[in-house]
Design a protein. Structure first.
Length: 134
């Protein structure tokens, strides 16, 4: 018995409406690693940090990064919009200001093309900022 057509589903999601596929989906940007330069134990107001965010797989959206002195993701903090260098890399600069003196957390806001947003800390530990002493 020979068959002309084999039943094989290459795309199991085909035929399912987009709304049903994506309605319960939660955007979680797959951040692989973060590189910060220059690497210091203590930063000073006026320093500029160059930050590179690498993703495990290509990601499309907007990445905004800033320093939060109280590590509160809900507050408004000054952020910098990062540029997309390639499908899995976003790069930009974060400025250290006087209001960041003390312990700060580097937060990133990821805005996907579907309109969902997620805010998460980029680094494991806090960044220490000390005032410039004369």
């Amino acid at each position: 018995e020979s068959r002309i057509h084999r039943i094989r589903l290459l795309w199991s999601h085909k035929g399912i409406p987009v709304k049903a596929r994506t309605e319960g989906a939660v955007m979680q940007p797959p951040v692989d690693r973060v590189q910060v330069s220059p690497v210091k134990d203590v930063y000073r107001p006026g320093d500029v940090l160059t930050v590179a965010v690498f993703f495990r797989k290509p990601w499309v959206g907007e990445v905004e990064v800033g320093l939060s002195p109280d590590a509160n993701a809900a507050g408004t903090i000054p952020t910098s919009v990062f540029a997309r260098s390639n499908p899995a890399l976003y790069e930009g600069q974060v400025h250290v200001r006087r209001e960041h003196i003390g312990s700060c957390q580097m937060l990133a806001k990821f805005s996907g093309v579907d309109g969902t947003t997620a805010t998460q800390p980029l680094l494991d530990g806090p960044i220490q900022v000390r005032p410039i002493s004369p």
